[in-house]
Design a protein around this ligand. Structure first.
Ligand SMILES: C[S@@+](CC[C@H](N)C(=O)[O-])C[C@H]1O[C@@H](n2cnc3c(N)ncnc32)[C@H](O)[C@@H]1O
Length: 274
């Protein structure tokens, strides 16, 4: 489970320092999301749970005529996103909870997007109903999220290396796998006023390490971000060293052509305000 307080605390801080590696790990997904935006006509975009802003910034750079707002509950991540915006004039970032964000009357979004930022809502039904209320009539919705944990070696293979794997959170608890069941997502969105639901499976490698020493790079990344980072930080020094050794061995087996990557299974969800 990863709730709002964690994003506003230690998890948000780690993501704020590791945004470059995170953007690299999600780079193939970002391409898919950007390609999927082409099925919508839009002028005003809201990126929900925008984190350090990569997806919002990519749209703002590529479409200067489009106005983009990124929102995130983590102040640290919004600070990073703002610092990356440079002199772009068509983008702004706000620190706020998506379930409480209000559009200014001339800036109601006609496309709401998210790269893995919407499965952490405490009350997804309320949050998506609220977002529908803020969006223009006929607005598009496009987001990515993980499929089941067992289909994601990115999670399972890493947590297996811990002396004690963390207890899996209940299926509907806020967290990376809260939207693994696409029928649950369909139910939530339909009840919240979103129609034309579609879920497209995506199987993509997530890149954990590259550069001069891809394995050490990937080790450093997984010690800061991902399924075992918190548990590893709490191990005693000897157990932590054993975990790091096993992590290094695992990541070496996933290193090909100077890149360490692990398979991940995701959904690309689309819908339209009904
Ligand atoms: C897995 S991260 C993804 C961040 C970013 N979209 C990316 O791809 O790098 C999830 C993000 O959702 C944000 N988040 C979680 N709950 C939220 C909420 N209720 N409202 C706004 N943002 C939220 C977190 O702070 C975090 O930045």
């Amino acid at each position: 489970m990863t709730d709002a307080s964690e994003w506003q605390g230690r998890t948000g801080e780690s993501w704020a320092t590791e945004w470059r590696r995170t953007d690299r790990s999600f780079s193939l997904l970002t391409e898919q999301l950007l390609a999927a935006t082409r099925q919508f006509r839009f002028k005003t975009v809201l990126d929900v749970g925008c984190g350090a802003g990569e997806l919002a910034l990519a749209i703002a750079r590529g479409r200067p005529e489009v106005s983009v707002t990124g929102i995130d509950i983590s102040l640290q991540l919004v600070d990073v996103a703002n610092s990356r915006a440079g002199n772009l004039t068509n983008i702004r970032f706000e620190a706020c909870d998506a379930a409480a964000w209000t559009a200014t009357p001339d800036k109601a979004p006609d496309l709401i997007i998210s790269r893995h930022g919407v499965m952490f809502f405490d009350d997804p039904a309320a949050a998506f109903a609220h977002l529908a209320g803020q969006a223009q009539s006929g607005a598009g919705l496009l987001f990515s999220c993980f499929r089941e944990r067992v289909r994601n070696p990115f999670f399972t293979e890493i947590t297996r290396l811990l002396p004690q794997a963390p207890e899996p959170a209940p299926a509907d608890a806020p967290g990376p796998f809260a939207f693994a069941d696409s029928e649950r997502v369909r139910g939530i969105l339909t009840a919240a006023g979103w129609a034309d639901f579609a879920a497209k499976p995506l199987d993509l490698p997530m890149i954990a390490g590259a550069g001069d020493d891809p394995v050490e790079e990937a080790v450093a990344y997984f010690l800061k971000i991902g399924p075992a980072a918190r548990a590893a930080a709490e191990l005693d020094p000897a157990a932590r060293e054993r975990f790091i050794t096993r992590l290094r061995e695992l990541l070496s087996r996933h290193c090909f052509g100077g890149i360490v990557s692990l398979p991940a299974a995701m959904w690309l969800i689309t819908a339209r305000k009904g």
